[in-house]
Design a protein around this ligand. Structure first.
Ligand code: ADP
Ligand code: MG
Length: 232
């Protein structure tokens, strides 16, 4: 029985259960045997819809604008492409993920660490405000492959010279609409200007307002739009 008590501010009725989309296994992707083995260990067998839509495009090297909500599995959608390109024997920051908050940055760091092969010793550093710069500077001095952080703190490190991005090949803007809502526009612009022009830029956003389109056209090259069709 459905509860139909209409009130003006009632949230949208829950959608009917989406028609079962055909499951797409990770084995269809051109991932290394090591990454495939890690996915099996984690119990990741089938891709979520946003992963199935974006991973083939991102793994082919294209820039993407992906519209996806929280909990849709976005982290693996950008972590697998950046890990695929990463050279563990080269101690340079090769990928950077910008996030709106410390909590999200911590979650992304944990997920990338889970997906990275332990024996490769891939170093993933979180760089967020609210803590002193010194320990982060020391960690950066020891070398990191991937940095995940908030735009303001990453900008601080760039200004002070404790972070260089000359070896970067992947820039990820995670929850880009939230970063703009939080006033990070100018910091993102500053950070992106310090990234090599020759790179892949993956942009994820729950909504697609004009400001996101403007950001994309400024920082991306011929981005492929990945949008999930609403299920009715
Ligand atoms: P988002 O960033 O879109 O909010 P996350 O990347 O944090 O989503 O993923 C949400 C949860 O789903 C995490 O706990 C993650 O480990 C899990 N997850 C992601 N992809 C898969 C998958 N293909 N199969 C099973 N679990 C997955
Ligand atoms: Mg996320």
């Amino acid at each position: 029985m459905t509860d139909i008590v209409p009130t003006p501010d009632t949230a949208a009725e829950p959608l009917a259960a989406p028609a079962a989309a055909p499951a797409t296994p990770f084995t269809e992707l051109p991932l290394s045997p090591a990454l495939q083995a890690t996915l099996v260990q984690l119990g990741y067998l089938n891709m979520t819809p946003i992963q199935a839509a974006s991973l083939p495009v991102a793994l082919a090297g294209h820039d993407i604008i992906a519209q996806a909500k929280t909990g849709s599995g976005k982290t693996a959608a950008f972590a697998l492409p950046l890990l695929t390109k990463l050279n563990p024997r080269w101690f340079a920051v090769q990928a950077m993920v910008l996030c709106p908050t410390r909590e999200l940055a911590d979650q992304v760091t944990q997920e990338i660490r889970r997906l990275a092969r332990a024996e490769d010793n891939i170093k993933v550093l979180t760089l967020c405000g609210g803590t002193t710069m010194r320990p982060q500077r020391d960690s950066l001095a020891h070398g990191a492959h991937v940095v995940v952080g908030t735009p303001g703190r990453i900008m601080d490190h760039l200004e002070r010279g404790s972070l260089t991005l000359d070896g970067l090949n992947t820039l990820v803007l995670d929850e880009a609409d939230r970063m703009l809502d939080m006033g990070f526009h100018d910091d993102i612009v500053y950070v992106a200007k310090h990234c090599p022009a020759e790179r892949q830029t993956l942009l994820f956003s729950a909504t697609y307002p004009p400001a996101i389109a403007a950001l994309a056209s400024r920082f991306q090259r011929n981005p492929q739009e990945v949008k999930l069709r609403e299920q009715h």
